[in-house]
Design a binder for this molecule. Structure first.
Ligand SMILES: Cc1ncc(C[n+]2csc(CCOP(=O)(O)OP(=O)(O)O)c2C)c(N)n1
Ligand SMILES: [Mg+2]
Length: 182
């Protein structure tokens, strides 16, 4: 499995690698997470043409999927993984998703490259957990009570982890270069 952002589509080495992977029928799945942003730039400003056409140019099997839908991603990935395991060569899976937060912790405002309305729309309408929960309920694989119990259980696990991290002693400053080699 080779995971990368849509920004990496601008790196020439990706195409050299896909070319050889196809010639040598390597069992590689190229999973491109298109979260719409390369750092502070919308991908439409950096990416020409149709993304799946790029692997297709090498004869690499390409699929696009709603990356917010866990079950759809699994459904699209499983046959590609199976054919790679059978020696039928690499595949490319384009997962269309969104970066909910900043590129890094200091990227707080984001106003200068995208609107709050856009972020809000993705968070409220396209949240992968909400989409999964909705589909499980719709297909009677879970009910709201079960999902609420799982939510409460996980929240308390996370609260305990945060508490334990905050209560832990600071590391010894002498360890700062431990496992660092020049
Ligand atoms: C060759 C090169 N240019 C620029 C950067 C700086 N940089 C780090 S992450 C990033 C954006 C990556 O965007 P994407 O591939 O879409 O990944 P995402 O973080 O959105 O998952 C950039 C431009 C870099 N690391 N390497
Ligand atoms: Mg990106």
């Amino acid at each position: 499995m080779c995971f990368f952002g849509e920004g990496a589509l601008g790196q020439g080495v990706l195409y050299e690698a896909m070319n050889l992977a196809q010639l040598w029928k390597l069992p590689v799945i190229y999973a491109c997470e298109n979260n719409c942003y390369n750092e502070y730039t919308h991908y439409s400003e950096t990416t020409a043409g149709d993304i799946p056409a790029r692997p297709a140019a090498f004869g690499v099997a390409a699929e696009s999927v709603d990356g917010q839908d866990v079950r759809a991603v699994y459904g699209a990935a499983a046959p590609l993984v199976a054919r790679a395991r059978q020696g039928q060569g690499p595949a490319f899976l384009l997962c269309n998703t969104y970066r909910f937060r900043g590129h890094h912790v200091g990227d707080i405002s984001r106003d200068y490259y995208r609107t709050k309305q856009e972020e809000q729309r993705w968070v409220s309408e396209r949240d992968p957990i909400g989409i999964l929960a909705g589909s499980l309920i719709e297909e009677h694989l879970a009910d709201q009570g079960l999902l609420d119990r799982i939510h409460a259980e996980l929240t308390s696990h996370m609260d305990a982890a945060v508490e334990s991290a905050l209560a832990a002693p600071y590391p010894n400053p002498a360890e700062v270069d431990q496992d660092v080699y020049a």
